[in-house]
Design a protein. Structure first.
Length: 361
């Protein structure tokens, strides 16, 4: 398996339309890196550049220390699993999985051993003699993954492999991919998705792409707990983090913010004396809000409630911008139409100025 290094990588179409720039990323052997970002941010384009299906127009890509900018895709030691299964409909599962090895003129025994090993790993042994049309969507995707495994590549690339599956199959196949990674601890995988649950549950590290570059790189919990910007804070987590305007009135190890709506927020993000009077956005995730009888960060009228059993979502009346959302544990009835005060533990209160977290100044 391989290490990858992208240095100042950029992608431009027609010499004028730049879609990616200043991509600097070190991917270590054994990592599962997930690319996420809004639609059109370039995550699939970046994956295709690594695969060699798109030309790199600036910077360098190294695999195990060798620059591969101009190396053909077939010689990069990369296997790719696409959104569509792309299986040969007239071939059995066994033949689909062995096809690339036959083209590479591997021995019959080597092909059989590789296919059997991958089939066992993916629990496909009972289906080896079936045609793709006799398989479920999840089984077909496993065959597509198995076709990559038999090649024993340096790097596995996954381009939204679960997006064609229904909700139940997506969960089951996601768990299978996680188990596959556990069984192949030295394998290097890069995974593109728009699904936050996939990113949070599968990734060693997440790369958030935005504005033609990398917004932040970190473990799932690092991005969730210490986002470096309002964009990352609202992109990671569902429902998105609430952002409420206020002004710093006390500085120090605990920062006190007077909210524009009349409440008070306390945060464990330390500030300097010169920060007093600074206009900030106070960030609180819906799941960190709790009801309060005294001091509060936000007070509003509950417009809609969604009782989901394990949690209750509160949507407060929106006046300017998006509605404020609270996520309370358990079942809470009779809150619709009521005025409710919400607060949060200072350790869970984020502070942003000009879109950037005060932690990252």
């Amino acid at each position: 398996m391989a290490n990858l290094k992208l240095t100042d990588v950029e992608k431009t179409y027609g010499g004028t339309v730049q879609v990616l720039r200043d991509i600097n990323l070190d991917i270590k052997k054994g990592e599962l890196i997930v690319f996420v970002g809004p639609s059109g941010c370039g995550k699939s384009t970046l994956l295709r550049m690594i695969a060699g299906l798109e030309k790199i127009t600036g910077g360098t890509l190294e695999i195990d220390g060798q620059m591969v900018n101009d190396v053909p895709p077939a010689q990069r030691g990369i296997a790719m699993v696409f959104q569509s299964y792309a299986l040969y409909p007239h071939m059995t599962v066994r033949d689909n999985m062995s096809f690339a090895l036959k083209i590479a003129k591997k021995s019959k025994q080597e092909i059989e051993d590789s296919v059997n090993r991958a089939a066992k790993m993916l629990q496909l042994e009972p289906y080896l003699d079936r045609l793709p049309k006799a398989l479920s969507g999840g089984q077909r995707q496993r065959v597509a993954i198995g076709r990559s495994i038999v090649r024993d590549p340096k790097v596995y690339l996954f381009d939204e492999p679960l997006s064609n599956l229904d909700a139940a199959l997506r969960v089951a196949t996601r768990i299978e991919i996680a188990q596959l990674k556990e069984s192949m601890p030295d394998s290097t995988m890069i995974y593109v998705t728009h699904d936050q649950v996939e990113a949070m549950t599968l990734a060693t590290r997440i790369v958030v792409l935005a504005n033609k570059g990398i917004a932040q790189v970190g473990s799932p919990l690092e991005l969730y707990e210490t986002p470096n910007s309002e964009f990352v804070a609202q992109f990671i987590g569902s429902p998105a983090m609430n952002l409420l305007p206020g002004e710093i009135v006390e500085t120090g190890e605990t920062t006190v913010v007077k909210m524009d709506g009349g409440g008070t927020a306390r945060s464990n993000i330390a500030t300097k004396p010169e920060d007093k009077g600074l206009k900030v956005n106070v960030g609180v995730r819906p799941e960190d809000f709790v009801e309060s009888d005294g001091d509060y960060i936000y007070e509003g009228t509950v417009d809609i409630t969604e009782a989901l059993g394990e949690v209750t979502l509160l949507y407060f009346e929106a006046h300017d911008g998006d509605p404020v959302i609270g996520k309370l544990q358990g079942i809470h009835q009779g809150l619709r139409g009521n005025k409710v005060k919400m607060t949060a533990d200072p350790g869970r209160v984020h502070l942003f100025h000009d879109g950037t977290s005060l932690l990252y100044r």
